[in-house]
Design a protein around this ligand. Structure first.
Ligand SMILES: Cc1ncc(COP(=O)(O)O)c(C=O)c1O
Length: 392
């Protein structure tokens, strides 16, 4: 009955009970968590909100106040709903292609899409793999555009010994369900820039209270319970109903909650351990699958330490895709397709699709399977995954 879920962020009953006792004692956990997380990343400021997308919104609203530029560049393959933050801020989303080597923003493609109107560029460290940040940062500096890192999937990853999120003018992290650690929902906007921090704080203070503040403890508890392999397998027909592939048209930036912050503080204490486990599991699969010529794994950028939020696999040979997916399921391993379409196929941003302006993004979206690499996995699970590819 055991099934390994595609994502899982470990949580103990004590973490949740700690959340309740902090709320009863009226501790100010949000401020403490913000301070601790800023220290963890190695920056001066952190602001917590209800979602990573809301953190993006705070950062671009602050940047907008310092410039009259109007465009934000995203990689064409990433979480599509990031564009909703731009819509809400009254900014235009522009795209650039990704690299088939790294699955992240392609620095050369970026150069072709930057203009005098570019307010900021958002390099996303997809799947926990740091992007080619030095090249991207240099391009942003040349064009006097802000660089707003998105390590939502890469909390704890590093480049040249420094945490990702500390390279940009600002960065956004997410604490939603599929991330390295999770409080069911939540996000952090971080920056080392005092001026941006002040403006971001002003935006955050205007946000309404979290509508789910009373439901959050229950949601968090259900999530922590359901993401354990034995429960996930036993209750799969029920849990499956809550899996959504729907693309949202709206998002609501709100404040974070004290309860989640209290749980977040406990999780932050264990973050290094979670990161280390993810790397051990992810690296074992990466090394074993690296030789197959019918798949592509993302290149590890020199000097970087990926955190393996997932292990993404792109199938050059599409005929083996379903076969591997099915065989993994039969071995008790769930997998995901992540975002099945690139952003320009989902929202009308003024790009046509014929010829496809961002072919690498489309190629990856159509052929990508993500393998789990979370701390609830055992060595036997890793071996089952490796074996499924060996026999495909
Ligand atoms: C790369 C990336 N950026 C941003 C976000 C947005 O985070 P949230 O869902 O907390 O708004 C996500 C979440 O899926 C993500 O994966």
């Amino acid at each position: 009955m055991r099934k390994v879920p595609t994502t899982s962020a470990p949580m103990k009953a004590m973490d949740i009970l700690g959340g309740f006792s902090a709320v009863i004692a009226s501790n100010s956990c949000i401020e403490e968590l913000e301070k601790s997380f800023a220290e963890y990343v190695g920056v001066k400021h952190c602001l917590a909100v209800n979602k990573g997308t809301a953190a993006l919104y705070l950062a671009i609203m602050a940047m907008k106040k310092l410039s009259d530029k109007t465009e934000v560049i995203l990689p064409a393959y990433t979480v599509p709903t990031l564009t909703l933050a731009m819509n809400m801020a009254g900014l235009k989303t522009k795209l650039c292609d990704i690299s088939l080597e790294t699955f992240n923003m392609e620095p050369e493609s970026l150069k072709g899409h930057l203009s005098k109107k570019t307010l900021c560029v958002v390099p996303v460290h997809m799947f926990g793999f740091p992007c080619e940040l030095k090249e991207i940062k240099k391009t942003c500096q040349d064009m006097k555009a802000f660089m707003l890192e998105d390590p939502a999937q890469a909390m704890g990853a590093e480049l040249d010994g420094k945490k990702v999120g500390a390279y940009g003018d600002a960065a956004l992290f997410s604490l939603c369900k599929g991330k390295v650690i999770s409080t069911f929902s939540g996000g952090f906007a971080v920056t080392d820039n005092d001026e941006l921090a002040l403006l971001m704080r002003a935006e955050r203070d205007k946000l309404p209270l979290n509508k789910k503040r009373f439901a959050n403890p229950l949601l968090l508890f259900a999530f922590a319970f359901a993401m354990r392999p034995f429960i996930y397998g036993t209750m799969y027909p029920f849990i499956e109903r809550f899996k959504s592939t729907e693309v949202h048209e709206h998002f609501f930036p709100e404040k974070y909650t004290e309860f989640q912050a209290a749980v977040g503080l406990k999780l932050l204490q264990r973050l290094d351990d979670v990161v280390e486990k993810r790397i051990r599991i992810g690296k074992a699969m990466y090394d074993a699958l690296n030789g197959y010529d019918w798949i592509i794994l993302p290149k590890i950028v020199p000097g970087s330490k990926p955190v393996f939020n997932h292990l993404p696999v792109v199938f050059k040979d599409a005929s083996r895709f379903q076969k591997v997916m099915k065989s993994l399921w039969q071995r008790g391993i769930d997998t995901a397709r992540m975002y099945m379409r690139p952003i320009h196929h989902i929202y009308d941003l003024g790009y046509g699709c014929n010829p496809d302006p961002f072919p690498n993004a489309t190629y990856v979206a159509e052929r990508l399977l993500t393998l789990p690499s979370h701390p609830y996995m055992t060595d036997a699970d890793v071996e089952k995954i490796i074996d499924a590819f060996r026999k495909a």
